[in-house]
Ligand binder design. Sequence first.
Ligand code: AHR
Length: 664
Amino acid sequence: MNHSCKIKGASKIIGALGLLMSAASVYALDLEVDASKSLTKIQPTMYGIFFEDINFAADGGLYAEMVKNRSFEFDTRMMGWKEPNSSTQSFNEQSGIANIIHTSDNKTNKNFARITINNDKGYELINEGFRGMGVKKGEKYNLSLKAANHAGDIKKIRVQLIDKDKKVLAEASISPNSPQWKNYSAQLTANATEAKAQLKLSFEGKGDIDLDMISLFPEDTWKNRKGGLRKDLVQLLYDLKPGFLRFPGGCIVEGRTLAERYQWKKTVGNVEDRESMINRWNKEFAHKPAPDYFQSFGLGFFEYFQLAEDIGASPLPILSCGIACQFNTGELVPLAELDPYVQDALDLIEFANGDLTTPWGKVRADMGHPKPFNLKMIGVGNEQWGYQYIERFKVFQAAIKAKYPEIKIVSGAGPFPEGPHFDYAQAELKKLNAELVDEHYYKDPKWFRENVTRYDNYDRSGPKIFAGEFAAQSVATVSPDNKNNWETAFSEAAFMTGLERNADVVYLTSYAPLLAHVDAWQWTPDLIWFNNLESYGSANYYVQKLFSNNKGTDLIAITNQGKPVTGQSNLFATATKDENTQEVIIKLVNTDSKPQTLSINIKGAQLKGSGTLTKLTSANLDDLNSFEKPKNIYPVDTKFNAKGDKLSVEAGAYSVNVLKLKVK
Ligand code: AHR
């Protein structure tokens, strides 16, 4: 079984009945907001980010490394590299060749390339990058490599960035001068902008030279960190003001097999010692193969924690619970052999929070972060199901709570938001006093509009909800034809009013997946799309941003004729107040094809006259953002003045609106 089992048949519903209400009518609804009473606190974690290394989100994406297979560790050792004029008819004529040397098995970085230069016929070693390398005119790029002059007299390595016509975009050189491994670096400045540049190495002299960790990063990374993250992508995450950052996934945590699970300990320490591994999405979908998708772990657990800190998000790592992805092999660790997995969880808490006297706290400090990362939550397993999960979860729960009672544990409820696996998990996790349960919904847009009341009658004595992965699917789950269209975005907004209205039980929410490389994705839709030069937020991104940037501190009631606004006249609404800024925040989602005039009475507060109305809207259900039109669907702010206790506002056709009003 694989992820395609999720396809529930085509469900394209553009023009669905629910959307096409009576042709001419403009509804006029009376709403009442009661600002006198806080119904519940909105958790600071309410709106967060789900990061998974899928769609080239880490290598080739957020992690700004531009060289693919920099240390020759991919299964096909020279993948990503080519030697265009290496071979000729006879061996004597051959300009040069790269041979992979595989060293002793106890090293993590086992391979390097031995480059033999036979003559001056112009041997070239070229790296293609992650579907090219994005370089920008005037920007600087830092190259580093390890080299050892094995034999002969190779005195110079010329390093160039070239375009598809071999035009040189930047150039520098390195003078290797030692038979021992030594680090070398050079800086290149690009003379033109190019999305699909390549890195070319050529050599002066003859002989053998050993090369490893050939790496190229833009100088301009997030916070200017060397070997850091792509600035534009982190900025988009930062702008979301996320309450939490869940990492590193997703199914990547589980692995297709247990051997391929994500093991955090292998992702910390020296970057070059982190053992590369296949990415499980490499061959998940026959319709979207990505044979060059590997994990260098240059973006590892230290970097994830640091990213969370940088963007003001609470870190939420998820670990393998000893079950490989049940859509794949479903391999189980015998319960008697679960200890190392549990120990990984305990050690991770020590890595994040332990002081410098603890072994793992010291590892963190040695990596440059003596202060703790303030970890408060940890996830056990991703989309596991059945008693196999529950019996393993119990072992983790007992061990974590015994040592770290203050850490909240996130448990999984399986891949689907209903059905026998879901019901079983719910019942068992309640018995176990689970704290936070991760629910996933990959459904059609209509489902999102029709399930706005999902949590209204939820058991208030049970676990809290982590709406951990959701995204409306315009065609069908995991269909490669899914689009981030406007209908999916406003349908999610409607659903999110239901999440917010139930903030006493819903503690965390996140859209999934987060990032996708436009030339290398496996899964669509995704919140943010990027190529090697640029990135943009989808319409769904702006919905997330509107909710997250306007969450308020306290839920207050908004009603229509005494009832919550859950689809009357295709309108959905929620209201909060912000104790810090003294504002009432009203979110109005109109999923109707007609505008609606709303009159709103405010009880328990007086409007001071100043405020803003932010509108996110588009005329057609199929409308999209794109590289050509990244702001096609984009929030527009206008001043909104209303005094006293009444206001009137028009919610346009297919619109998401946020009113933020100062009150006294
Ligand atoms: O978000 C993509 C995948 O969907 C996640 O890895 C998994 O948890 C879910 O099946």
